[in-house]
Write a protein that binds this ligand. Structure first.
Ligand SMILES: Cc1cc2nc3c(=O)[nH]c(=O)nc-3n(C[C@H](O)[C@H](O)[C@H](O)COP(=O)(O)O)c2cc1C
Length: 182
């Protein structure tokens, strides 16, 4: 028998994309936030989308600059991934708080996170609005990944990509782990 799922929990039924760190930058000052709601949209040309709540500092930045980078993290930095989704760049420099190394973007002016083995550099091409969220639909202008962890797809024995179940609970390859708020 199936039970009814409360409206507040409905989207958790499809909480299965990789949880990513999205970087953006304004006036030379970078920011990063955690995003579970991301999706591929098109293969040729490569287009992706992230859903971003309007109260996020990153929303303001991306709305203005039309650029962001999706960084794919692994389980070894799950506490930082959780933390980047709990504090705002309005108050905190998350790069120094969580000890990330920065690398220059290749085709966008947004830096990427050294500790993450894969990146998609993106330029926004559309931003439909839904309630409190903007869906930033973006063309991928550059994509790169650590060769020992990605050939034509992630090599899961080596790349411990993170998925988010909800709240502080993440998993990777069937390993469930609760993140600590750091
Ligand atoms: C695991 C996790 C996943 C999240 N996914 C999203 C998301 O998909 N879209 C979004 O707008 N916010 C998401 N958030 C919330 C933002 O990351 C959070 O509001 C963050 O503090 C915004 O930072 P900023 O104000 O520096 O932009 C998520 C938070 C966590 C912990």
């Amino acid at each position: 028998m199936k039970k009814e799922v409360a409206e507040a929990n409905a989207t958790k039924l499809i909480y299965n994309g990789p949880c990513v760190l999205v970087t953006c930058q304004r006036n030379g000052r970078p920011n990063v936030f955690t995003v579970s709601w991301n999706t591929p949209v098109s293969i040729v040309p490569p287009i992706v989308a992230i859903s971003c709540v309007k109260s996020n500092y990153s929303w303001e930045i991306i709305r203005g600059t039309k650029e962001f980078t999706i960084n794919v993290p692994e389980m070894d930095i799950v506490d930082a991934v959780f933390g980047c989704g709990k504090v705002s760049g309005r108050e905190v420099d998350k790069f120094s708080r969580f000890g990330f190394g920065l690398e220059s973007g290749k085709k966008v002016s947004v830096p990427s996170i050294k500790e993450c083995p894969g990146q998609l550099e993106c330029k926004v091409i559309a931003e439909p609005q839904f309630g409190d969220f903007s869906l930033f639909v973006a063309e991928v202008v550059s994509a790169y990944a650590e060769e020992e962890k990605f050939d034509t797809k992630w090599i899961l024995e080596k790349a411990k990509i993170i998925n988010h179940l909800g709240d502080e609970v993440f998993y990777s390859l069937g390993i469930k782990q609760s993140a600590k708020l750091i």
